[in-house]
Design a protein around this ligand. Structure first.
Ligand code: UGB
Length: 624
């Protein structure tokens, strides 16, 4: 545009604003560009005059005013439909909230049907095999924009070790699992695949730089950098009152307060990035979403992909049996008198009142299995790419939002602090037609779910019998799961002992840890364990860092660490006995210890071990 056209446009807009309710803005129009004036006009039209109320005269704090409109431009462009749409939706949702309207009014809940997997049975093995085949057609999406305030950890959560025996961090474990499953997938289909399985990581301003740095300083943990894409979510504007007036930062009148919008952003980001189409053109079929700190997830991903492929699920939510009122959402079928129907996650604080209001006077209660009949959503979703693209083409990736203001009193006229709209990735099915194939896959919690979300103090307050979801339980769950898998494969493993760390009583099993390249599936474990005389004592630690390691008639009472290159075939038998590695309780408030140790309440004391390293190709036998 030539300067004269810009001047004209500015003049028109200045005239339009001349009668505006914001004299301070009017005075400053000369320092703003036409685009900035357009944004300011939109704000006034949306009843946001207060944002300019304290603007100083032109010449004073002009850079701050420009920065303010730059921020408005970003908030406007990063929200589907822009700020106008954000403010309109906020007004509607705030009015509903004030009126106490339940978003599920008129819906009747019932228990949906899905697939229940029992680890290691024929059905599980069949699904796992089908799933491995599908991995080469899958893309993986990790939502990692959350700061983890509940955990109270200062770093990014994906950098946390999932266990301290090897110190492997979550991101490394996820990437290695994906690489191994993709390789197994290629092998199973006689190497026909020609593409790299992509990984997308959704970050936020809180996590982006540190996630990138973690990847770069570790050579992307073995992935090609081109395989990994980071998509950064933006925060959304905070709302000061029921009229959805945007909240200014109390320390800076030229800055709108912002807060995270939630993991639901992943859908609009994927849509606007153009990646979905790219993947479809490249022949991918599945999009697998997962959270930042679940060290068990990949134990069940192959079987769950198998369920998706076998049942042609457009949406497959992974779930675990859930204790009634446990603080995770329940997967529920909702049926409306007007014919609407959906299978959706209902958050735990909404499920109980909804049941009570619809003819279940006791609300959410355990049934004869000892669990609620509504399976617990663990927020790992597998979507079929084709129907996903079709749906997002209609919605642009916008997900039904909610608002959760904390009111000052029962008049519900003022908030204790500003609020904002939020959205959750598992609400994606809310806009799907009833014909969509929405299902779920339930697995044992010991196999699939051990998130690290709660700080030690909150975890210690969890009602007895409910999971802690802490760093302590996250790590001990890895040992329990690996021990149970080996048990199923025929290894005799001692029962665990019960110990208390950071005020949480946990089962301590033998510390068995292996790299995904040793076994990415149960079928791999079965192939690599043979003989009827394998035994691991409770005090033992077994670390397998090698691909071709075979355990046969082997007894361990102490610590054995095996490192081997891919072409080294190692047979492990006989008896290894030493003082091993012990678990030592630590004080969570001992600031001389690293934070990742304190949040677990224990450390690994490496007293004695047998360490074997096979760095050259060949056939070896470890039989001391
Ligand atoms: N996340 C983002 O990427 N961006 C955000 O803005 C926020 C989060 P939380 P939440 O596993 O038991 C979910 O905070 O949202 C990422 C389900 O909603 O750990 O309280 C973040 O980095 C709930 O139904 O969990 O609860 C992390 O990877 C239940 O399944 C992920 O989103 C619960 O998880 C989840 O964020 C659970």
């Amino acid at each position: 545009m030539t300067p004269s056209v810009i001047d004209k446009l500015a003049n028109v807009q200045i005239n339009e604003l001349a009668t505006s309710s914001s004299p301070n803005l009017q005075k400053n129009l000369s320092i703003l560009s036409p685009d900035q004036i357009e944004l300011a006009k939109m704000l006034l039209e949306m009843g946001q005059d207060h944002l300019f109320e304290n603007w100083r005269d032109p010449g004073v704090e002009d850079n701050e005013k420009i920065a303010f409109l730059d921020q408005v431009a970003l908030l406007n462009s990063s929200y589907p439909g822009g700020l106008t749409s954000y403010i309109k939706t906020a007004r509607e949702l705030l009015a509903d909230s004030k009126a106490g309207k339940n978003p599920f009014d008129g819906f009747k809940p019932s228990v949906p049907s899905g697939e229940n997997l029992t680890f290691g049975d024929d059905n599980f093995i069949k699904y796992e095999e089908t799933g491995v085949e599908q991995v080469q057609k899958a893309v993986f999406v990790l939502v990692a924009g959350g700061l983890g305030e509940r955990l109270g950890y200062n770093g990014i959560k994906v950098a946390l070790p999932l266990e301290m025996t090897t110190g492997t961090c979550f991101l490394q474990h996820y990437i290695e699992s994906i690489l191994c499953l993709a390789e197994a997938s290629c092998k199973q289909t006689q190497g026909e695949c020609r593409r790299d399985v992509p990984l997308v990581i959704m970050t936020s301003d809180d996590t982006h730089a540190r996630t990138l740095q973690l990847l770069e300083s570790n050579a992307y943990f073995g992935m090609k950098p081109t395989q990994v894409k980071l998509l950064k979510q933006e925060k959304v504007a905070c709302l000061a009152d029921n009229d959805a007036r945007l909240a200014l930062d109390p320390n800076n009148m030229y800055r709108i307060q912002t807060k995270p919008h939630g993991h639901g952003d992943v859908h609009s980001l994927l849509y606007s990035s153009g990646l979905l189409k790219e993947w479809k053109d490249a022949g991918f079929r599945w999009v697998t979403f997962f959270q930042d700190t679940n060290g068990l997830l990949f134990k069940v991903i192959p079987a769950a992909l198998g369920v998706s492929a076998t049942k042609n699920y457009h949406v497959n939510s992974l779930a675990v049996p859930r204790k009634a009122k446990e603080a995770i959402g329940g997967i529920t079928r909702l049926t409306h008198a007007d014919g609407r129907e959906m299978v959706i996650n209902v958050e735990y604080n909404q499920l109980d009142p909804l049941l009570r209001a619809t003819g279940h006077p006791d609300g959410d209660v355990n049934c004869e299995t000892g669990y609620s009949p509504y399976p617990g959503n663990i927020n790992q979703l597998i979507l079929e790419l084709g129907p996903y693209i079709d749906e997002l083409s209609k919605t642009g990736g916008a997900i039904k939002e909610f608002v959760n203001p904390k009111y000052k009193d029962s008049t519900k006229t003022a908030f204790k602090s500003s609020t904002r709209l939020e959205c959750m990735m598992q609400d994606y099915p809310k806009t799907l037609p009833p014909s969509a194939r929405v299902g779920f896959t339930v697995t044992d919690p010991w196999l699939a779910y051990a998130p690290v979300k709660n700080n030690p103090d909150d975890a210690a307050k969890v009602p007895k019998g409910n999971p802690y979801h802490s760093a302590t339980s996250g790590e001990t769950a890895i040992y329990r799961c690996n021990s149970m898998i080996l048990r199923k494969a025929g290894v005799k493993i001692d029962d665990p002992v019960s110990e208390v760390f950071n005020g949480q009583e946990v089962e301590v099993w033998s510390r068995v840890v292996w790299k995904p390249k040793w076994a990415a599936t149960y079928a791999d474990v079965k192939r690599k364990v043979s003989g009827n005389n394998n035994y691991i004592s409770q005090k033992s630690t077994l670390v397998i860092n090698g691909r071709d390691v075979h355990i046969e008639d082997f007894s361990l009472d102490g610590t054995l660490v095996i490192d081997s290159v891919d072409d080294a075939e190692v047979k492990v038998g006989g008896l290894v006995q030493n003082n091993g590695w012990t678990i030592e309780s630590v004080d969570k408030d001992d600031t001389t210890l690293p934070e990742e140790v304190r949040i677990r309440g224990f450390k690994i004391n490496k007293v004695e071990q047998l360490e074997k390293c096979y760095s050259k190709p060949g056939k070896y036998s470890l039989n001391p």
